[in-house]
Unconditional design. Structure first.
Length: 215
């Protein structure tokens, strides 16, 4: 069963969900399979279809992954913020605070999330050229976004995180992933949401991001 959303509503209300995840309601396997089937209809470079989706629902394994998630959060590095970044982040004064509050909440409760989805792609981009990086990430990101849209349409919430990155090799070992050949692209908590009434976010004006005929 899917929500009664128009395509525009689906695209504009698929949010990063952290505080409204329902930790007590299991996610049926068939719903996840439906989302993956839709995800693999996404475009992929040269039709190589190098995507993979690892799903973890078993309680003991989820606890292992939750531990990695929390430890990795303390190790991650982020690119320095520019003055322009700060300006854009303050377009909605409440949004940035809500993001960090949501992240803390998610970290505190990550072990309670009923399903983790780890999208992966064959081929690594470590020290690769921009051209190779673009081709590799361009072959997994559309599929993951399609998965997230399909999840939203089914009343499920997700949030793209890269918390696994500092401990990717450890996560790969736990999941039996051949680290030297396969890159774990993200770490997606997946759960039904408390309510489905998500709204479009406040964003910078179109005039600041749309460029005609050049920059």
């Amino acid at each position: 069963m899917t929500l009664d959303l128009t395509p525009d509503q689906l695209l504009s209300t698929t949010r990063a969900v952290r505080k409204r995840l329902d930790f007590d309601r299991p996610v049926p396997r068939e719903l996840i399979e439906e989302c993956v089937d839709l995800a693999t209809q996404a475009p992929t470079g040269r039709n190589r279809q190098r995507w993979h989706f690892l799903v973890v629902t078993e309680a003991r394994r989820r606890r292992e992954l939750a531990d990695i998630f929390r430890r990795a959060l303390t190790l991650g590095e982020a690119a320095p913020l520019t003055a322009r970044d700060h300006e854009r982040m303050r377009v909605d004064p409440r949004s940035t605070a809500k993001v960090f509050d949501g992240l803390r909440y998610l970290a505190d409760n990550i072990h309670r999330v009923p399903a983790f989805v780890i999208p992966a792609v064959e081929g690594r981009t470590d020290r690769a050229s921009v051209e190779i990086q673009a081709g590799t990430w361009g072959s997994i990101l559309p599929a993951v976004w399609s998965f997230m849209l399909a999840a939203r349409a089914r009343g499920l919430g997700t949030v793209w995180t890269t918390a696994q990155a500092p401990l990717e090799r450890e996560l790969a070992a736990i999941l039996g992933v051949p680290y030297d050949k396969v890159m774990l692209a993200a770490f997606l908590p997946l759960a039904f949401t408390h309510g489905t009434d998500f709204r479009p976010a406040v964003r910078v004006p179109r005039e600041e991001v749309l460029h005609w005929q050049g920059w």
